[in-house]
Design a protein around this ligand. Structure first.
Ligand code: ADP
Length: 260
């Protein structure tokens, strides 16, 4: 997309001179469009639970509360939708916070990566009980890298909780570490439902979720987790990639430059 402005004209007897400046505004428009899409998707997603909550509350007030079974059922829905609303608000705020943060606001320190993974796995342990998923930390003890600890925590938490959510019964989640002169990598591998080839690039889009009818499981989520991970990884000058096979499992790798 190009915008033009005329900055000079002159006419003489024989010819006409004009100087036109052309600007390539493709990127500006793309960023603007992304922001508009995000706002409209976010307001749509936020309205859905609010509509459900107020609708069910009104129906209860109109008399449905007199039937104890309906009362219980509707209160459950109201509670579930409130939880969803809270998660959505937290994720939308996370994205805005990461976007507005400049690189100078990063807190780069020596991070004990193995310890950090251990801590996150213990926090997420409670999620594993339903499907008996085993969590395995393969990061060598004493692995230290310079990074922003808060951002790493968010990245690991999001990737590992997805690896648990989309896993199978008695499955596992393994976190591996690799390093060379330029970069260090964490790889989160699961034994879950996998992601079809044509969905693999779309899952990083904001609010994108693989259709539940195709995954044959209804799993709660906002569709913002991987978009948040992508933003965080990019803010640390890193890269993210996914390898996956339907019915076998997925592996998400995040790589960061080695900093002295
Ligand atoms: P959600 O809140 O839906 O988990 P994410 O942005 O974290 O949102 O993920 C987007 C979609 O990518 C998910 O809805 C799911 O379909 C798919 N996905 C993410 N991680 C995995 C995984 N480890 N295994 C299989 N599918 C996954």
């Amino acid at each position: 997309r190009v915008e033009a402005s005329v900055i000079y004209t002159s006419t003489s007897e024989d010819f006409f001179q004009i100087l036109v400046l052309l600007y390539d505004v493709t990127e500006i428009y793309a960023v603007e469009k992304m922001q508009m899409d995000f706002l409209s998707n976010a307001s749509h997603e936020l309205k859905t639970p609010v509509t459900a909550i107020s609708g069910f509350a009104e129906t209860l007030q109109a008399g449905a509360k007199n039937d104890p079974e309906t009362l219980d059922q509707f209160l459950d829905i109201i509670q579930r939708e409130s939880k969803r609303l809270t998660e959505l608000i937290q994720d939308v705020l996370s994205i805005s916070r990461i976007e507005s943060q400049s690189i100078s606001q990063q807190k780069i320190t020596d991070v004990d990566v193995s310890n950090l993974v251990d801590e996150q796995l213990s926090t997420l342990q409670q999620m594993t009980s339903v499907k008996h998923v085993t969590l395995i930390n393969q990061v060598p003890l004493g692995t230290v890298q310079r990074s922003d600890e808060g951002k790493l925590v968010e990245i690991i938490k999001n990737l590992v909780s997805n690896a648990i959510k989309y896993n199978r019964e008695d499955g596992s989640v393994t976190i591996d570490y690799a390093v060379d002169e330029q970069q260090w990598t964490l790889k989160v591998t699961d034994t879950g439902i996998g992601i079809a080839q044509n969905e693999q690039s779309r899952i990083f889009e904001r609010f994108y979720r693989v259709d539940a009818s195709r995954t044959k499981q209804v799993v709660n989520g906002t569709g913002l987790g991987l978009a948040i991970v992508l933003e965080l990884v990019q803010s640390l000058q890193g890269q993210i990639s996914v390898e996956s096979q339907r019915g076998v499992g997925s592996a998400f790798s995040v790589s960061f430059p080695v900093k002295q």
